[in-house]
Each structure stands twice: as C-alpha cells, then as structure tokens.
Design a protein around this ligand. Structure first.
Ligand code: MSP
Length: 521
C-alpha cells in the first residue's frame, strides 16, 4: 500500500527533432492530472524526459553535422525550456544519456540475464528506424511501407540478444484481462488483447550495429536496444537520485523507490502501447517487480486533416501558440480540442473562435462582469447575504455540488476535455443567470436581492477558479486575487474548498483584471 502518493509518467520523447504540440499534448494532460492529484493532497512524482539513443538520433545528429551528445543536449534543453514555458510541474526530467540512467539500464539488463531470460540469436527481418522497431511483413502497407511512417523499412540480418517474452505472455494477458493491469480506454485494451491473438514473439534487447547506445555489459559489441533502454527510465529514475545502488535489494530499499513504485499511471499515445502494455510488464515480471497500475493511451491527432509532419510543414510549435494566445489559453486550446482518448483533428482555424467564445467571452467576460458589479454596487466588498424571498429555487449549494460531482467523475475517468467542458458550460449558465436576474436593474429596486445574486456569482467564481487550477493555474490565481483571496487559498484542502460559502461577507475584493483579451478572427 502506498498511501497518498501518485507516480505518473509521460513517454520520454525522442530528441531527433524539436518538441511540437504532439509532445505538448501528452505532457499537458499529465500535468493537469498531476496538479489534480496534488489538489487532493497526494504526493506526486511526475516524470518526463528525453529518449536520446539509437540509430534515428545518431542519423539526425549526423545530418545536423553535430556530435550525438551535443545534438541531444541542444534538443533536450529545448524540451526543458518548452515545459517551463508551458508551466509543466514535473518532479524530474530524465535523460537516457545521464550516467546514472545508463548504469541503471546496464544493471537491469544483467539482472534479466541472471534470471535466464536472455538468449543470443540471429534476427533476419525488417527494421523501421523512424519507429525504432523490428517489424513484420504483416505490418506493411500494400506498397511494402511501414504503415505508420509510409517509408520502406530496412532489411537487416544481425545477431541480437533476445528476451524470452514467450515465458511471460500468458501471465501478462491474464493480468490485463482481469484489470490488475488496467489498459484504458477500453478500445485500447481490446487492441492490446488483439496483439496476443495475432501472436507475439520474443524481442531483441540489444543491437550490434548501433554505436550510439548503452553498451551491453557482457557483450561490448552490442548496445542496448533503444526501446528497452527507454522503458527502463521509469525505474532508473530512482537510482539517479537515490545514489547508484549496487544491488537489486538496495534499490528496493531506496526511499523514493519504496515510496512511489509501482507507477500509478503511464500516459502516452496509442502508437507505443505494445511496448508499454506487453513488453514492459513482461520485463518487470522477470525482474520480480510490481507492475504499473494503469496505462492510458490517448489517441493520435492530425492537423487540419493531415498527419503532422515536418515535410508537410504543418507542425505546430507550442512556443508560437503561447506567443499568440498566451500560456493558459494554449493549455486550454490543446486539451479541449477533442475527446481525450480518441483520435482527433486539430483545426488551427478554430483556435481563435474557441479562444474568443470559451475564454475571452466565456470565463474572462464573466469574471469581469461579476467583479465590476461588486466594485460598483458594493464598494468592492463581498455583499452581505440574506435568505432569498423566492424559496422554490434550487439552492446554490446544490448546484455547485452537482458541478463538482460531474467534474470529479470526469477527472477520475481521465475525461480531461469533459472537465473543461463542464467548467465552460457552467460559466455559460452563470451568464444566463446574470441575464435572468439582471443585477444592473435589480440594484435600483432591491438592494438585498442584488446582494444575494452577487454573492452567489462571486462564490461560484471561486469554485470555477478551483476547477480550472489543474488546467490554467495562472488564470485561477488571477481569479483568486480578484476575489480578494490568496492564490489557491493555501492551506485549504480541496474538500474544504468545495463547500459552499468560502467567501465571507464584508471581505474586500481585489482589482478587476482582464483575463483574456479578445482576438480578431
Ligand atoms: N521515445 C519513445 C517513447 C519511449 S517511452 C519509454 C517515443 N518518443 S516520441 O518522441 O515519438 O513520442 C511519442 C509520444 O509523443 C506519443 O506517444 C504521444 O505521447 C506524443 N505525440 C506525438 N505526436 C502526437 C500526435 N500527433 N498526437 C498525439 N500524441 C502525440 O515514442
């Protein structure tokens, strides 16, 4: 049992090219989940990083006329910068070229060998370098291309060390079927179970012809296969900070390993599910370590109907989005585009409309209206309330409890787009509430009723600020400030914050601030 801890990972991204919104999408989703868990009081270990070895990266470095290490340093630095610009709250950024990771990867390979789960054999077949994957004829398109990259794979013959996947297949399948290893969404679980039906073979853990990699400790002619090197990052991260342990037992005794292992959630897109849902659990079974609890593989998105690719020139750079829309709006626009879990298409042309309707005219305008009325009618104070005359109305406490319930269910199902929709829909309802109650007219007739309406609006805004916190922390802070409360109401637990009546009558509110400037479409 690990009380109140949450270990969450993103894939570690290849450094062959600059970060783009595909990488940002998963990392933003992970960030929202990490922040949500922290709001609930969990101690979160949120890991991201870069995958830096292998033929693909060596080739990219060569093309750039740089040494692989310098090339990796440059792009890994770029990932770190982008995560900072996007306000990602990761606990650790791992690089597979770090000494501690390399030592760790070698260490675990030796363990696999000691367990008798590695053997030497010849591989004769296809290899797709952009996928860094051994592929079979069955996986080719009619033209003989890799179906993912639409490129002809290499035909190779080489000596590899293989992992006895066959020994663990039955067990992994059972764990998935019984949800002891949860694969989500359900469509992805079915896809993974389909792999077992198609047949799975032992896989290579080393390659002889790839110089840019971690040497295999007992066979210096080989380097560790980049996918095995990469998967082990989820484990070696604990070696890196808890010193390099010499034995397995010492690693198991490491404080952070003990605290956080096993991962609660591995997040990624669907194209790398096989490595995570089948190969990785089998490796962990061999190492005798507990398996991750959940693997969630979201969909893949295209841009304006086309696969995002350098050659098509449709790669969207998160930095450009931030320059145009600002940090929080970029986070919002990416995560709200389509159902989290499904494939989708990002239509750039929709960004401005969505920004204006949901943020500038939505949450932004609502906040401005409410704060302005409180300034104008109640001298910038939270008004005094008195029970409303019309008693047949649904009370605000029930209304907000329902919104929280829907929001929590959505969040716990990782329906991140749905969480955002719940907030935006609620903001719209509040606009309707203003239209219906017309506080700007009501103030001339019934000051107390206006006070009641405005108290509700201010208090609803406080709840909205809490709900947008995992997604748009800066905007949440600005709303808290305008409400005259400290950012994120420090010290307040989520369950306390969710209760109705957090704002105290008579309390001074802050100055109005525009949250999202309208953009020309
Ligand atoms: N290095 C491996 C992962 C090793 S993890 C032990 C790798 N790297 S990658 O740079 O290709 O990143 C793949 C991941 O980037 C996807 O799984 C997904 O998280 C994200 N995405 C990249 N492009 C994307 C889309 N177009 N749509 C959705 N996610 C995207 O694979």
């Amino acid at each position: 049992m690990k009380p109140n801890t949450f270990y969450l990972t993103t894939p570690i991204y290849y450094v062959n090219a600059w970060p783009h919104i595909g990488h940002a999408y998963t990392t933003l989703a992970a960030d929202a989940i990490a922040r949500w868990r922290r709001l609930q009081g969990d101690e979160v270990f949120f890991l991201t990083g870069t995958d830096e070895h292998g033929a693909k990266i060596a080739e990219a470095a060569q093309l750039a006329g740089q040494s692989p290490k310098l090339f990796c340093d440059k792009i890994a630095g770029q990932f770190q910068k982008i995560w900072k610009d996007l306000n990602i709250s990761h606990t650790h950024f791992i690089r597979t070229t770090n000494k501690s990771h390399q030592a760790g990867a070698q260490y675990f390979l030796k363990l696999l060998k000691t367990k008798g789960d590695l053997y030497e054999n010849d591989y004769q077949g296809l290899y797709c370098t952009p996928c860094e994957n051994f592929i079979t004829n069955k996986e080719l398109t009619d033209k003989g291309f890799c179906s993912y990259h639409q490129k002809k794979p290499l035909s190779i013959t080489e000596k590899n060390w293989f992992f006895k996947l066959s020994k663990y297949l039955k067990k992994v399948k059972k764990l998935i079927e019984t949800n002891q290893l949860q694969i989500e969404p359900l469509s992805r679980k079915k896809e993974v179970l389909g792999f077992f039906k198609q047949g799975l073979t032992d896989f290579s853990v080393s390659r002889p012809s790839v110089a840019w990699g971690v040497p295999l400790p007992w066979d210096k002619m080989q380097t560790i296969y980049v996918w095995v090197d990469a998967l082990l990052n989820y484990l070696t991260v604990f070696l890196s900070e808890d010193k390099v342990y010499k034995t397995h037992l010492q690693l198991l005794a490491g404080p952070r390993f003990k605290k956080f292992w096993p991962p609660d959630l591995h997040l990624m897109a669907k194209e790398i599910i096989k490595f995570h849902a089948i190969y990785w659990p089998a490796i962990l079974l061999s190492l005798n370590l507990p398996l991750p609890k959940k693997i969630f593989a979201h969909g893949f998105f295209s841009i304006n109907g086309k696969k995002m690719s350098k050659s098509l020139g449709n790669v969207i750079n998160p930095t450009e989005m931030i320059a145009k829309f600002g940090l929080d709006a970029t986070r919002y626009l990416l995560l709200s585009q389509f159902v989290f879990g499904n494939d989708g298409d990002i239509k750039e042309a929709n960004f401005v409309d969505k920004y204006n309707s949901d943020l500038a005219n939505g949450i932004g305008n609502l906040t401005a209206r409410v704060i302005t009325m409180a300034e104008k009618y109640f001298n910038s104070q939270v008004p005094q309330i008195q029970p409303s005359k019309s008693s047949n109305k649904k009370n605000p406490e029930q209304i907000i409890a329902q919104v929280w319930q829907d929001y929590k269910i959505a969040f716990n199902n990782l329906a991140l787009d749905q969480c955002l929709k719940i907030i935006i829909d609620f903001a719209q309802k509040l606009d309707q509430y203003i239209q219906k109650t017309e506080p700007y007219k009501l103030i001339k007739q019934d000051r107390q009723e206006t006070a009641n309406v405005l108290y509700n609006l201010l208090e609803y805004l406080r709840h909205i600020a809490w709900q947008i916190t995992p997604f748009m922390q800066n905007t949440a802070n600005k709303i808290f400030e305008q409400l005259g409360i400290l950012a994120s109401e420090p010290g307040k637990s989520l369950s306390e914050a969710q209760k109705w009546g957090g704002l105290k009558s008579g309390q001074k509110i802050g100055k109005k601030e525009i949250l999202f400037q309208r953009l020309d479409s």
